[in-house]
Design a protein around this ligand. Structure first.
Ligand code: ATP
Length: 328
């Protein structure tokens, strides 16, 4: 029995979470689901974008599923706060091309492992007279931990190579440490190939030869930018899952936001959420079921008969979800 905390949030977050719960119910596993609130609607009702009660529930559970939240002006982002509270220091974002979905190439299969706690997301900005400064914090400890996660991810997904992305020709100290840590930790993984690129070259190769990559490890901002570039390569946000993983907690969420433009219409693509559930199942060591969920999504995309409007079809969120369940 797994205890899950479900945080639907706002907009299509609510719709894709409902689809996700529907799928969870059909799996051959026992889940106990606890619902919790976060986001814009929650703020309007409670005065908080992330109530303490939600954090408490999340900390007690085996894993957390998060839909999406609409940003609330002047208020902290619930997902950034939750990642911090749970110390999920690694963000895992697979970038995969699917048969039946328009993609720049048809054989892309990359996993980006992004450092989630420091870098330019340290949120230390200040003014010194005319200078406006944003601190970019890199520690050896976090760099080593994220490299370790990248090598372990490489093993788990039966891949052979990890590429470190940095800019240490310019950021000599900070990215010097990041790159050094990567090769130091890499010594523990002699059978995994290693290389590194400057982030500008890495971004270009993502377009010109993405097959070059298997697993990428990067600092916070570089990883974020490369992940969205990758999502654009393979069919957009409706197919992009993510996992935030730490030593004690796993928080899984589609990469997309609350999409106010299509919210309430029941046409959101459920795949990013369902693929996030597959990442969660891997985290819970339910490898076989995770693989089956992935395959079911692949089959529905390949057949191409039942798909949501963002993929060129006219199915609803639930129709596509049910089709995926049929393939399980
Ligand atoms: P937010 O303010 O919550 O970040 P946003 O609209 O700025 O919302 P996203 O929610 O990521 O950002 O959406 C960007 C675009 O991608 C929108 O046009 C949205 O409709 C589309 N989109 C995002 N997710 C999906 C999905 N699951 N299915 C279909 N279209 C999607």
């Amino acid at each position: 029995m797994y205890n899950l905390t479900i945080i639907p949030g706002d907009g299509i977050g609510v719709e894709v979470t409902e689809a996700g719960e529907y799928l969870l119910d059909k799996l051959d596993l026992n889940f106990s689901l606890t619902h919790a609130r976060a986001g814009y609607d929650c703020y309007n009702d409670t005065g908080k974008t992330l109530p303490e009660e939600t954090i408490k529930k999340a900390k007690k559970s085996d894993a957390i599923l998060f839909g999406a939240s609409t940003s609330t002006p002047g208020q902290p982002s619930p997902i950034i706060r939750l990642r911090k509270e749970l110390n999920t220091y690694g963000n895992i974002r697979p970038i995969k091309s699917y048969k039946g979905v328009k993609s720049l190439y048809d054989n892309i299969d990359i996993i980006i492992v992004r450092e989630n706690t420091e870098g330019l997301y340290s949120q230390n900005e200040y003014m010194r007279g005319d200078e406006i400064i944003a601190e970019r914090v890199i520690t050896r400890k976090a760099s080593e931990k994220i490299s370790e996660m990248a090598f372990e991810t490489c093993k788990l997904f039966k891949k052979n190579k990890v590429t470190c992305v940095h800019k240490n020709n310019v950021l000599k100290l900070t990215d010097g440490v990041f790159k050094e840590s990567f090769y130091k930790i890499g010594e523990k993984y002699p059978n995994i190939e290693k290389n590194d690129y400057y982030v500008d070259a890495a971004a270009m190769y993502m377009i010109t030869q993405p097959q070059e990559y298997e697993v990428i490890v990067a600092t916070n901002l570089f990883g974020d930018i490369l992940s969205d570039e990758g999502a654009g390569l393979v069919g957009g946000l409706g197919l992009a899952p993510s996992g935030n993983i730490g030593a004690e907690h796993g928080l899984f969420e589609p990469v997309h936001g609350s999409a106010p433009d299509i919210a309430g219409k029941n046409i959101a693509n459920p795949c990013a959420m369902i693929l996030s559930i597959s990442l969660m199942l891997n985290y819970l060591k339910e490898y076989k079921i995770a693989e089956n969920v992935d395959k079911a999504v692949q089959k529905v995309l390949e057949k191409g008969k039942v798909k949501t409007p963002d993929l060129g079809g006219n199915a609803s969120t639930m129709e596509m979800t049910k089709e995926i369940i049929k393939e399980l």
